[in-house]
Each structure stands twice: as structure tokens, then as C-alpha cells.
Ligand binder design. Structure first.
Ligand code: GLU
Length: 315
């Protein structure tokens, strides 16, 4: 029996029509939501496209900026990234000002909204962004999407990240642990709700989420089509019972113009054809609709994705 399976496996791999198609999808920290996007897209791809030889791996990664750069370098076939980072990458701004624009970046679809979230503990006394002065604050690891949002927020509130706070650049898993262990006082994280790490923190300490909604923030949101004002709903995280106002961006699934359009088409068809399964795979995906998943994108559509959207009348 075992021998037979091996023979079948080899025969399957050697035929040109069924040559293995290895795909690597970059997510985020294991306790975040990006990793769930990467895992669950791959789960659907592996299940529905097995006969075509697909083998898709969703892996943890450092976040939006890392994923976009890794896609450019051909190290990832797909990745999850914030819509604001896509815009900056495509237009050569912020992290890409010196490196130059990533003109090959392509949108495949958008996923859940991500809130700019400032988390602290009750005992720090931090109730508003201005209270961060003199505190130890994680602004996100280089490569993460939240680092850019934290930088914007601090600037808008007139806080100098070099002088006014003790800024840390921890990866999110470590930041969550450090908040619980009282090694840091607060962290910025741009993430879908609920995120697994947040639920854990709320069960281990008195989690508080701080509003990020000054007039300056509203101005930033009004000036950029990829941002919206929103609230983090009360009742999601233990101890956070009231809605917390902040702003949000969309998580997107992106690729490179160099990625074979037939592969992108296959992946999009698999995801949209199994959307109920995808939506059920994580609470943050509950409200996704095909129409909404074509919105909030700031890099041009990949032509393989467009082919599918036209075929089913979504475009
Ligand atoms: N928005 C974060 C980033 O771009 C990742 C959030 C997550 O992993 O869910 O790095």
C-alpha cells in the first residue's frame, strides 16, 4: 500500500500536465490575522486545486512592508499587506522613497478591515495618545505595517518618537507578551478584530484600548482614500466594553505583475468559489462580500484576477 502510494505520487509529479505548482503566501505574526488569511487561502487552494498540482504554503512573516518587498524580489508568490502600504509602495513613498516604487505590485482582492489599535493596561494610566509621553511604547517591527501608522499617529499628536517616548521595535508576538509582563506600557498594532493575540492579552491582564481620533487624525483620513474612521466594537476583548474610536485600513491580498496570470486566476477562482468556507475560517472575515473584496485596493488589479472578475460579472 505504501509503495503504491509512492509510485502514484512520483507519477503525478513527473507528468508535465500536473507539474507541481508551489506557492508561498506571506502572512504576519502567528497570533495576528494575516497568517490566518495566508493559511486559509492555501487550505482552499490545496483542497480545490489538488488535481492541478498546486501546493500552497501560508507562512508567518514580518508584515506588510516585508511582504511587498519579498513579492518584488520573487521570494513570495502572494502576500497580505495594508492598503496604505500598497499605495506607498506603488508610488514610491514612505518606506519606498529611497528604494523607489514597486511598479510590479498588483492587487488580487481585499480582505478584512484593520484598525489602528493602541493597546495598554489599566495600570499605566494611559487614556489618550498624549499620555504616551515618557512611556515605553512598541511602534512595530521594521517590515510591519503598523510601524508606519504609529509614526503617523505620533507625529499628528506632536510626540517625537526619539525624544518623548521610549520606542521599541518588537515583533507583535513579543510585544503582546511584553505588555502582559509589564516590560512595555503600550503598543501600536494595525490589525483585524478580533485578533487571537488580543484575546489572549485580555484574558491575562487588564487590556485597555486608547482612542485615536483627534482632529489631526480625521484630517489624515479625509486626505487619503484608503483610510476610514471607525470604531473597535465594545465587547470583543474582555474588559473593553465600549466602542473605541480610531481609523482603519484594509488588508489586501497582493502579488506581482510577474506572477503567471493563470495561477492568479486559479487562486482567485478557488477563493471566490469557496467564499463561505473562507469567511467561516476566522471571525474577522465574517463580513466579506465579493463586491467589498474588489474595493479598497490601491495597486492595479492583477490581470489574472481581472479575468476572473470579468468572467463572473464583478467588473
Ligand atoms: N497589519 C499588520 C502588518 O501589516 C499585520 C496584522 C496581522 O498580522 O494581522 O504588519
Amino acid at each position: 500500500m505504501v509503495a503504491m502510494m509512492v509510485v502514484v505520487g512520483l507519477a503525478g509529479a513527473s507528468g508535465p500536465a500536473s507539474a507541481a505548482k508551489f506557492l508561498v503566501v506571506g502572512g504576519g505574526s502567528t497570533t495576528g490575522v494575516y497568517y490566518q488569511v495566508a493559511l486559509n487561502v492555501c487550505k482552499i487552494v490545496n483542497k480545490t486545486l489538488k488535481s492541478k498540482g498546486y501546493n500552497c504554503i501560508g507562512r508567518p512573516a514580518l508584515g506588510s512592508v516585508f511582504n511587498i518587498n519579498a513579492i518584488k524580489r520573487g521570494l513570495l508568490n502572494f502576500g497580505v499587506a495594508q492598503s496604505d502600504r500598497n499605495w506607498q509602495a506603488y508610488n514610491g513613498k514612505a518606506d519606498w522613497k529611497k528604494k523607489g516604487p514597486v511598479k510590479e505590485l498588483r492587487s488580487v482582492f481585499s480582505a478584512h478591515p484593520e484598525t489602528v489599535l493602541l493597546a495598554t493596561r489599566a495600570d499605566t494610566g494611559i487614556k489618550k495618545v498624549a499620555d504616551l509621553r515618557g512611556k515605553r511604547v512598541n511602534i512595530g517591527n521594521p517590515g510591519s505595517g503598523q510601524r508606519g501608522n504609529a509614526t503617523d499617529v505620533l507625529k499628528i499628536y506632536g510626540i517625537d518618537r526619539k525624544k518623548d517616548i521610549k520606542a521599541e521595535g518588537l515583533q507583535q508576538g513579543e510585544a503582546s507578551r511584553s505588555l502582559v509582563d509589564k516590560k512595555i506600557d503600550a503598543f501600536f498594532y494595525t490589525v483585524g478584530n478580533p485578533w487571537g493575540g488580543g484575546l489572549e492579552i485580555a484574558n491575562s491582564t487588564d487590556l485597555r484600548i486608547v482612542p485615536v481620533n483627534s482632529a489631526g487624525i480625521k484630517k489624515l483620513v479625509a486626505a487619503n482614500p484608503f483610510y476610514v474612521m471607525t470604531v473597535i466594537k465594545g465587547g470583543i476583548y474582555k474588559g473593553v466594553s465600549k466602542d473605541v474610536p480610531t481609523y482603519a485600513v484594509k488588508a489586501t491580498f497582493v502579488s506581482s505583475s510577474k506572477q503567471d496570470p493563470n495561477v492568479v486566476y486559479d487562486v482567485v477562482k478557488a477563493v471566490f468559489g469557496n467564499l463561505d468556507k473562507f469567511k467561516a475560517s476566522h471571525a474577522a472575515f465574517k463580513f466579506l462580500t465579493p463586491k467589498a473584496m474588489l474595493g479598497g485596493l490601491s495597486a492595479p488589479f492583477h490581470k489574472g484576477a481581472m479575468r476572473y472578475y470579468k468572467e463572473v460579472g464583478l467588473k
